[in-house]
Structure formats: structure tokens, C-alpha cells
Design a protein. Sequence first.
Length: 369
Amino acid sequence: MKGIAAAIGVLCLSPLLLAGTAVVAAAGDSSATTTASCDAGPVDTAAVQQQVAAVLGGSGVAKDLRIEGLELPDEQIPHARTIVATGITLGVPERGQVVALATAIQESRLRNLAYGDRDSLGLFQQRPSQGWGSPAQIRDPVYASTKFYKGLLKVAGWQQMTITQAAQAVQLSGFPDAYAQWEPLARALQKAIIPTLKTPGRPAGDGPDQLADSCSPLEDGSTIGPIPEGAIPKGYVIPTDADPRAKTALTWAMHQLGTLYQWGGSCRAPHGRDPMGRCDCSSLTQQAYKHAGVTLTRVSQTQAHVGRAVPLSQLRPGDLVFSRGNVASPEHVGLYAGHGLVIEAPRTGKPVRFAPLADYAAHSARRVL
């Protein structure tokens, strides 16, 4: 990870030039000499906010904006959002998110690179040979961000360090001062991204949904036996008497089985390369019902007030089933699939899956059909 940082920090090249073989060759040249860093110039925070809003809001890149270090915003900003969202999921404070962003800007210009110095790869130019993970893992932005944050959290006193000192403690770069130049841009990005992760009724700093323990309303699925994560239970079929719209929603949700949970993810492209296209618990239910022609709100706390309440003893396929928190403000939601089973996006590190009600700890349910 040192070489790419050197090539970028030394020459201040545009990311468009980074793919050139000359830069990669220079990155691997241990004889390169340089000053520690170069000035990236002042950061227009309003311009950063405007560009973030344009890219993440779906209107497309604001082509009239020129922000140094952010020359490929449609590629870079989604990666920045993944880094911030992963930090929030892990409980990393704002300062740690800024450290991670500054590091990724320096190491890769926030690009998920398939090359680097020696075997360095990805957003943080982590090296498989140095124990960061397999090449495929390192090129998963959520995995790479998680590994960086875990390394940062192991550094004693990192919160009292400068941003560049904290980054260097994790990266061990040959150019330890190079991260400092990106602190202003990293701070501007973090502040601009945070509002995009906020949803009504849920603070941005809230962690991922956690799976609860046990419950036995109605048929609870406990006799089915172990269900491999991301798999359809043996012999399962959607009940034939289910509402056709519920069948559509459940069928769509089943097609997302095995895709990894992403807190704050939209669930609009669960099988795509962008982690923020993956599902969290409430976006899974929202998008499943969207495909059935039914509009739901975005978060579990507001979904808990749609339709009508139903007793857990009278669940039907397609009912929203809530757990954790309380009835008025639940923290987790899934789709009742019949036969004592729920389809859910459970928590970070886990895939969309079937879960028996016996393991779901449901406390309430709503019928939206």
C-alpha cells in the first residue's frame, strides 16, 4: 500500500492517469524520492456538499464542479459513503471516519483499484501477503473498510493523534505525512455524507439491527431444523392461500437470499458491486413490497404504523414482523413467509436469510394488504 500512496502523494496526478502502467511502475520503484506531500488546495465545502447530493441523490454528477481529489465523483463518492456507513455500523466516531476517508483518498483516490505496489489492492491498497485478506475480500469495499477500522481501533490513543498520525499507524506507509493533505476534503465528505445516511425516526449514529433471541408464537419454525444461511429451507413453498401481492413480495425477497446486509443500504441492487445497493432490514421489506405494487416507508419505526396490527397468533404470509425495541418503535423488521418462518436482512456480516420465529423474538406485526 506504500507505493500507490507515494505515486499519488508525490506527483499529485489526476486519478485518470493512475491507470497508466508508468505510474504503477513508478509506484513499485523504491528509489523514488520526494517531499512528504503536496498541497491539494483549499476545499470548497459547499461544492463538496453539492456534488455529494447530486451523485447520491440520483441526479447525476454536477459537471460544472471541479474539486481537487474528487475528479471522478460518480465513482468516488459511493465508495466514500460506504466507508462512512461502515464506520457508523462499527460504532467508529466521526474522527475515525475522517481518518479512513483521508487514508483512502491518499491510497487510491477513493477508487477500488485492481492493482498497486506489489500486491496492494482496493480502496486502502491493502496487501494479501500482509494478512489483510484475500484479493477478492480486499476488493469488497465493506470488507476493506472494516479491516481498516479494526486496525485503527487497535491503535492505542488514536483519537489523540493527528489524522495523518492515526492513518500512518494503520498503514505503515513509506510516506507517512502524505495523508495530511487530504484531511480537509475528508472532513467535507464526511459531513456531506452523514445526512444521506439519516432516515426519519432513526439517528445516523444508530448501529445495525441485531438479531434477538427466542419466541414461540403460532407455528414457530423450530421443527424445521438448521437452515443454511442464505438458503431456502428444504421443502419450503409459499403458502398457496397467500395474497398474490404477498407472493410477489416474498418471491422477490427470496431472490435476495445470500446477499450481505448493509446498514443504510437501499436494496435497489442487492447483487451489484455497490455495497450501498444491498439491503438492510427495512429496505428489504420496502423494496419487496414495491415490486408488489405496495408503497412502504423506509424505516422499521415508521413501517410499524402502516396497515393494521395483527396478533402474532394470526400471522399470514406477507405480514411485517417486528422485533427488538418496542411495539411503538421497533428496531428490526422482516417478512412473515408462512410455516413459522421470516425472511430478514439480520445484521452486518450476515446475509438475507430465512429465520424461524423461534429465533426471531417477534413482539408485534402489521398487515399491509
